[in-house]
Design a protein around this ligand. Structure first.
Ligand code: ATP
Length: 274
């Protein structure tokens, strides 16, 4: 069994910090010596541009290529086209071609497990695969959930994010029931926290009221900061762009929490030991 842990960073609400979290968790894990593969599962290609590949249209091989190769059984080398970022993470990039996969996957054999099939061909080289999901719960996101050992849900600090959360949690429950029995929700990460307001506190209270102890909240909260917004266009992580910022420190702390959850095999061993 592969010792790699696959995490989907998922929330169908847009602009809650999925991409920012994927970049800074991924690079954070790489800084701790982990081998990390990031997957851009959003046709907008934000993760790809955030990491410095601005012209996504010119990319010859993307996630859409890999999924198509699985569907058509035309995969030759699964590592071809994986990009290498100078901060130590690898990336399967995306561009608009991925939106066609929403349709193409529907008629594919094993339509929910096409991404899982691709990852099974590369994950033995990595400690972590982190999938940056798009803001919708369509076929590509379903593939990301079907391939995941666990889900991290970034939640923007605002009143009542609970309605969308209920839909997301229900979707994950269905994936667990029908496709991926081992999936678990690792936790919700509060993002874009403005310490001048009480919104973070009320959001946590609203989430606790709606989900009780069902889903854990990470201790770390990610503050809102101009430097973090600027980083998106710099092609680097917050650690490289502004190492002493509050956001850099918060993502480093969050990375430690994720590391403390352990990888798949370690978790299984500790479970067996009990
Ligand atoms: N901690 C932060 N402080 C300030 N701005 C932030 C922070 N985190 C993210 N942003 C900015 O907020 C916007 C949305 O963030 P991001 O792209 O990470 O969210 P997303 O959930 O991936 O969005 P989408 O759903 O569109 O894929 C971006 O412009 C990003 O630069």
């Amino acid at each position: 069994m592969s010792n790699c842990k696959t995490i989907s960073v998922c929330n169908q609400k847009g602009g809650v910090g999925k991409t920012t979290t994927t970049v800074n968790l991924g690079v954070g894990l790489a800084m701790q010596g982990k081998k990390v593969l990031l997957i851009d599962a959003d046709p907008q290609g934000d993760l790809t541009t955030c990491l410095g590949w601005q012209d996504t249209d010119s990319l010859g091989i993307t996630l859409a290529t890999k999924l198509t190769d699985v569907i058509n059984e035309t995969m030759t080398d699964p590592m071809v086209g994986i990009l290498h970022h100078e901060e130590g993470v690898d990336l399967v990039p995306a561009n608009l071609e991925l939106s066609a996969m929403e349709f193409n996957l529907v008629n594919a054999m094993s339509r929910e497990t096409t991404l899982k099939n691709y990852l099974s061909q590369v994950k033995n080289r990595y400690d972590y695969v982190i999938i940056d999901c798009m803001p919708s719960l369509g076929m590509v996101t379903l593939n990301a959930l079907s391939a995941a050992d666990s889900v991290i849900i970034p939640v923007q600090a605002q009143y009542l994010p609970a309605k969308g959360m209920t839909q997301l949690v229900q979707t994950i429950s269905k994936v667990k029931k029908y496709i991926n029995p081992d999936i678990k929700i690792d936790g919700m990460l509060l993002t874009l926290v403005d310490s001048r307001t009480n919104l973070a506190k009320s959001t946590v209270e609203a989430l606790r009221a709606n989900f009780g102890n069902q889903i854990r909240m990470y201790r770390t909260q990610i503050p809102i900061a101009v430097k973090a917004a600027e980083t998106s266009s710099k092609g680097k992580s917050i650690y490289a762009y502004e190492p002493n910022s509050t956001v850099s420190k918060a993502y480093a702390e969050f990375t430690k929490e994720v590391l403390a959850d352990g990888r798949k095999k370690e978790r299984l061993h500790s479970h067996e030991a009990r």
